[in-house]
Design a protein around this ligand. Structure first.
Ligand SMILES: N[C@@H](CCC(=O)N[C@@H](CS)C(=O)NCC(=O)O)C(=O)O
Length: 207
């Protein structure tokens, strides 16, 4: 069977999630740059986001779909709990990250530092201040996902943790995010557990 290809920049949270998924499953993959906002990009991802994915004649977008395919199609430890309650709780958080938490923590907070820095500009303090309440609120909400155990879905790492890890790493790059995480002891315990895994270290290593 052909090689798995992920399309998107290595520093993107969602690309990191998909790469951690490949690494945890032991699936070798290549990472291709996205043909930024072009017709080619739209043919891979109608909303021109990342990651996109190719495996043989299968093309996918949306990280959860990509990871679920990798989980089901390849050998290696299962990342979706078989227990229906655990699977539902995990899916609840994956959906909440996609619908609310990525925006409050990354798009409307961390990227207000990252994008200006990339352009050699100063961060927009007003935009950062405006994003703080929702970032702090949602980091605290993520903390509750880890109140009962180190892993979101119970006994072992699951897809939900793969969505949380890059977000926690990205938020912790900036002072208010570090402070918010520091006051969340359950999430901090989970972040320590993520950081101890080779997969997490590999995708968060400086480029
Ligand atoms: N729901 C999508 C979200 C993908 C997404 O928003 N990716 C970000 C990078 S982490 C992106 O493409 N940002 C560029 C943009 O918003 O134009 C998924 O699960 O894959």
């Amino acid at each position: 069977m052909s090689q798995v290809t992920l399309i998107g920049p290595p520093q993107s949270s969602y690309v990191r999630t998909a790469r951690i998924c490949c690494l945890e499953k032991g699936v070798s993959h290549t990472l291709e740059p996205a043909p930024q906002k072009s017709d080619e990009h739209r043919s891979l991802h109608p909303w021109t986001r990342v990651p996109a994915f190719r495996h043989g004649d299968l093309q996918l977008f949306e990280t959860s779909a990509i990871c679920r395919y990798i989980d089901a199609a390849f050998d290696g430890p299962r990342l979706i709990p078989t227990d229906p309650r655990r699977a539902a709780v995990m899916e609840q958080w994956v959906s909440a990250i996609n619908c609310y938490i990525y925006d409050s923590t990354v798009r409307n907070y961390a990227l207000k530092y990252i994008v200006p820095a990339f352009r050699g500009e100063q961060p927009d303090r007003a935009a950062i201040e405006a994003g703080l309440p929702n970032m702090q609120r949602d980091v605290a909400r993520l903390d509750s996902a880890y109140a009962k155990s180190t892993w979101m879905a119970g006994e072992s790492l699951s897809l939900g943790d793969l969505f949380v890890a890059p977000i926690a790493f990205t938020v912790a790059m900036f002072p208010e995010g570090r402070e918010a995480l520091g006051s969340c002891r359950h999430l901090t315990r989970a972040v320590d557990a993520f950081a101890a895994r080779d997969s997490f270290a590999a995708v968060h290593a400086p480029a």
